[in-house]
Design a protein. Structure first.
Length: 206
């Protein structure tokens, strides 16, 4: 990551993501990047916006969409990913505006994914680390991505993480052992609301 993402940047992005979602759900308008956007956030970076709904005191995924590669300025990518996570995640119906009172917004700023190189696919679990790495699995037309916080939340080890990412790609669990499967890893700096519209903190993954 060429730009250092500070806590104040994370707070800016999370608030921006929430505002983008609520404005779109209320007015069907896509907001523009604010004039006061820090210059660092105009750099192209990958980003995902995750929405977690508080149900009975625990967080339940409500939407997660983003851009794994640095294709757009971070501020613009955050706006687009936020709206898409609320309205376009195929796993869920679109978020309703009043639901945002129960949703915690999370923004993950990603490093550029790098190919994991091993001599033997059985070495992949030693080449990655839960709590540090996110994964992308690719094989032919199949592709799956899991953010670094996912295996931490589920208590997975590295082998389970690889298998789950293969299944996210629509492959069988042991597809990471096939030489034709490509594994990429990336890291993320994660910021989240402690409660809906509440204080924003940097999330420690390890």
């Amino acid at each position: 990551m060429s730009v250092q993402i500070k806590d104040e940047h994370g707070e800016f992005l999370v608030k921006l993501a929430r505002r983008a979602i609520e404005t779109f759900l209320r007015d069907r308008e896509v907001i523009r990047p604010p004039e006061e956007t820090p210059k660092e956030l105009w750099e192209p970076m990958g980003v995902f916006v995750t929405l977690n709904k508080l149900v009975g005191g625990r967080k339940v995924l409500r939407g997660c969409i983003g851009f794994p590669y640095p294709e757009k300025p971070l501020v613009q990518a955050t706006i687009e990913a936020a709206i898409a996570s609320a309205t376009e995640d195929p796993r869920f119906p679109p978020v309703e505006l009043d639901e945002m009172d129960e949703i915690v917004v999370e923004v993950s700023v990603l490093t550029r994914p790098e190919l994991v190189r091993v001599e033997d696919p059985r070495d992949y679990p030693k080449a990655i680390k839960v709590g540090r790495d996110g994964l992308i699995v690719e094989r032919g037309i199949f592709r799956g991505l899991l953010l670094p916080q996912v295996p931490v939340e589920w208590g997975w080890d590295e082998k389970t993480f690889l298998s789950q990412c293969c299944m996210k790609a629509g492959l069988y669990p042991d597809a990471w052992l096939d030489p034709g499967t490509r594994i990429y890893c990336f890291q993320a700096i994660v910021f989240e609301e402690e409660e809906p519209r509440g204080p924003i903190r940097r999330r420690e993954l390890s």
